[in-house]
Design a protein around this ligand. Structure first.
Ligand code: ZN
Length: 418
């Protein structure tokens, strides 16, 4: 495994040492990328493929099969990564990358697995995160595995599973009457207050927010390595990625760049599609207007909880990647998302998360318009297991457990199935 050479700002390319924990670029608050000595990695990789290398290392499973291009530290692992690549039974060329198979049931396990690994390496004692739900669950699990305290702030109407995870894993959970943006503000205020009130440096919370530290992107990049390896070391034509904070999209693009440097893949990179919900579509709005950054999306509302991110911190990077790749952003409304969940469950046996279904709904519409051709190789991410959203999806379906009455009905109210 390589040592980290330095951290590089995504905006101004300023370099920072990774010897101590870092958050953002001190010059312009840009997100930081992890950089290695790629010549050294190339030398090792010349002789052996990643799987053979990983088989020899102490962590041969899951995303750590790419230990060659991850920091040289001891992993805190729960078996994240190397998720199934399922071939659609109906659409020629369409593959579903089933991220619901990760620990905690979502793709968040990759980013937080690595971020907590590094936190442990640095000796951090308190990690804090604002979350739309699934990042909170993943942080809680990995923090428990590493025996680090986790402080979680999430909207009070997140899927119940996310609240339960926080409690079960023993995290410090705060439910907020607001959105992830409000949660982020509260985390920032808490940290500021701790610093000002003279809390000992090692007891001040470390903010592990999306793109406000370098290692969540670094963990999520393994999705890019995996999809290329699972397609026989070839690029697909397009990647469909449900985009809230967009860490995975940014991570995969970084992975493609690294794989090209290492000679592991050749050819044209895939068109990247960022899929959002019409009820919270800051990236789609900005992309369609030709802007370089998004604006705060007012009154965000969708049952695709993970897409309720009114202004992603890395919006400028996401928009740049969409443009460079020849892809774009597409939004689907909640009705289309729900229809797609039911369609995929009944026709393919896959219970998508609402976020994953934002991608399948967009696939259907782009296939209908001819922008995606039948037979084109498309990798579509189901970012989480549908089972994490039973309450939200049931509510969207107006489904109630048979034999029970909704508690909100007045006595003697209408008793008909809805
Ligand atoms: Zn910078």
């Amino acid at each position: 495994m390589p040592a980290i050479a330095y951290l590089e700002c995504s905006r101004c390319h300023h370099r920072i040492s990774a010897e101590t924990p870092q958050t953002l670029c001190p010059i312009d608050a840009g997100s930081l990328y992890v950089r290695y000595d790629m010549d050294a990695v190339r030398e090792t990789a010349k002789r052996e493929r990643p799987a053979e290398l990983a088989a020899k290392s102490h962590a041969s499973l899951g995303m750590w099969r790419y230990a060659d291009v991850l920091p040289a530290v001891t992993p805190v692992t729960l078996g994240e990564g190397w998720t199934p690549m399922l071939r659609s039974r109906r659409y020629d060329g369409l593959f579903v990358k089933e991220e619901g198979a990760n620990p905690t049931g979502t793709f968040k396990a990759r980013g937080l697995g690595l971020a907590v690994t590094m936190a442990k390496h640095y000796g951090l004692r308190h990690l804090a995160v604002p979350s739309a739900g699934n990042a909170a669950g993943a942080l809680a699990a990995y923090a428990a595995a590493a025996q680090i305290a986790a402080h979680i702030f999430m909207p009070q109407d997140v899927p119940f599973a996310n609240y339960l995870e926080g409690v079960v894993y023993g995290a410090d959970v705060t439910m907020v009457d607001g959105l992830i943006s409000d949660c982020a503000r509260m985390v920032g205020e808490q940290i500021k207050e701790q610093r000002e009130s003279g809390v000992a440096a090692e007891d001040v919370w470390f903010d592990i927010s999306t793109l406000k530290e370098p290692f969540r992107v670094e963990g999520k990049k393994t999705m890019g390595y995996e999809l290329v390896e699972q397609l026989g070391w070839e690029y697909p034509d397009a990647v469909f990625y449900p985009t809230g904070g967009g860490v995975g999209l940014i991570g995969m693009w970084k992975a493609f760049e690294e794989m090209e440097q290492l000679g592991w893949v050749k050819g044209k990179r895939p068109r990247m599609y960022a899929l959002q919900a019409a009820g919270c579509a800051p990236v789609t709005t900005a992309f369609d207007a030709g802007k370089d950054a998004s604006e705060f999306f007012q009154n965000a509302e969708t049952f695709a909880a993970g897409l309720r991110v009114p202004k992603p911190y890395g919006d400028y990077i996401i928009l740049e990647i969409l443009k460079a790749s020849g892809g774009r952003a597409v939004s689907s409304d909640d009705a289309a998302i729900l229809t797609s969940i039911l369609d995929w469950a009944k026709e393919e046996g896959i219970f998508l998360s609402p976020e994953g279904a934002a991608a399948t709904a967009a696939y259907d519409s782009l296939l209908a318009s001819g922008e995606i051709k039948r037979g084109e190789r498309v990798v579509l991410f189901n970012t989480g297991a549908g089972l994490k959203y039973t309450d939200m999806t049931a509510e969207a379906m107006h489904l109630k457990r048979p034999g029970t009455l909704p508690t909100s009905l007045p006595v003697g109210g209408v008793i008909t199935p809805v």
